[in-house]
Every structure is written in structure tokens, then in C-alpha cells.
Design a protein around this ligand. Structure first.
Ligand SMILES: [Zn+2]
Ligand SMILES: [Zn+2]
Length: 183
């Protein structure tokens, strides 16, 4: 869903929709497993920076809720987690802050982003907000035994017969990577 400044200048837009899995690409960090419900309101705010210097900001307030799965930080098995959050965001035109980034009159509770080419894509905002809401570290269970550092066996499902001791750290590194790659 695209919000155009020219349309928002006429009137604010209220949205309430469900996005099917695949509508937003969350990369490797999270996979959407059910409908992603989102609703909110979009409007234009005019920043009067000077008599002839008016910046059209887009303010986007809303919420989302959906089911996701993320890889366990130890064994990389998928873990189901529900995610939901509210957001209140301001988007300025790209380039509006290049000359005087300190001249901000925006409410302190909001975050600043930027929009390109006079429009904002709801899907882009949701991707960022969902990724921001992910827990830092997700485990399939608190006592997940993880992958064997030697043979890569998932030790939750089956014990392996590797000797204890310093082993091949590649599997642990892999598990850590799969858990927390940032795009
Ligand atoms: Zn696990
Ligand atoms: Zn092993």
C-alpha cells in the first residue's frame, strides 16, 4: 500500500488491512507464518521552517500483529513467536535535512525516517517495524542443547557420540549467524 503526499494533502488516510505471507520480505531474520494485521492513520504535517520553506512530513501512526517464526539462536530450528507493536513515525522528504539537520520541531516521542519520490510504502515501514520488534535472542526452549560443535547434530533430538572437548566451532558460528544476520 502506497501513501502519496499529493493524496494525503487532500485528506488523511485510515488503513486497516491484512497482509498475506510474502507481501513483505523479511529476509532471513523472520518468516511470516500467518496474516499480518495492520491498521492506522497517515497524514501530512507541514513543518514551517521559514516563510517560503515548508516541508511536508508524513506522519504514520498504527499497529501491527502477526505470527512469525525465527531460527533458534542455538539449534536454528524454527521457533513460532507472535509479534505485535505500535508505532508513531515521522517521515521527511529525502534531502530535507541535508542543510540543517538540527532544525527539528518534531515531537520528541516520534522517530524520524525519510521517504523517497513523494510517497511512502506501508510494506517498507512494516518490514522495519517487525524486524525492530524481534527479540534479541530467541531459543526454542530455555534449555536448548544446541548443535554439536563437532558433527552438527541437533542435540535436542539425539545425542551424538562425539568426544567432549574443544571441537569444531563452525557449527556454533553457523547457529549464531543464522540467528542474527542483519540485512
Ligand atoms: Zn533450539
Ligand atoms: Zn557430535
Amino acid at each position: 500500500m502506497e501513501f502519496k503526499v499529493s493524496e494525503l494533502e487532500r485528506e488523511p488516510i485510515e488503513f486497516d488491512l491484512e497482509l498475506a505471507p510474502g507481501a513483505v520480505d523479511f529476509g532471513q531474520e523472520a518468516e511470516q507464518t500467518g496474516a499480518l494485521a495492520t491498521s492506522g492513520r497517515v497524514e501530512v504535517l507541514h513543518e514551517h521552517r521559514g516563510p517560503k520553506d515548508i516541508v511536508a512530513d508524513i506522519r504514520l501512526r498504527g499497529r501491527f500483529a502477526g505470527k512469525f517464526q525465527v531460527p533458534c539462536a542455538r539449534c536454528v530450528e524454527p521457533v513460532q513467536i507472535p509479534l505485535e507493536a505500535e508505532f508513531d513515525l515521522i517521515f521527511r522528504p529525502a534531502g530535507a535535512d541535508t542543510e540543517a539537520p538540527e532544525r527539528s520541531i518534531t515531537a520528541p516521542e516520534t522517530e524520524i525516517g525519510y521517504y523517497q519520490k513523494d510517497s511512502l510504502l506501508l510494506e517498507d515501514v512494516l518490514r522495519e517495524q517487525v524486524l525492530l520488534s524481534l527479540p534479541v535472542r530467541t531459543l526454542c526452549k530455555p534449555d536448548c542443547k544446541g548443535l554439536c560443535p563437532r558433527c552438527g547434530q541437533n542435540r535436542n533430538s539425539q545425542a551424538c557420540h562425539c568426544e567432549e572437548g574443544p571441537g569444531d566451532l563452525r557449527w556454533e558460528a553457523l547457529a549464531g549467524l543464522r540467528g542474527r544476520i542483519k540485512p
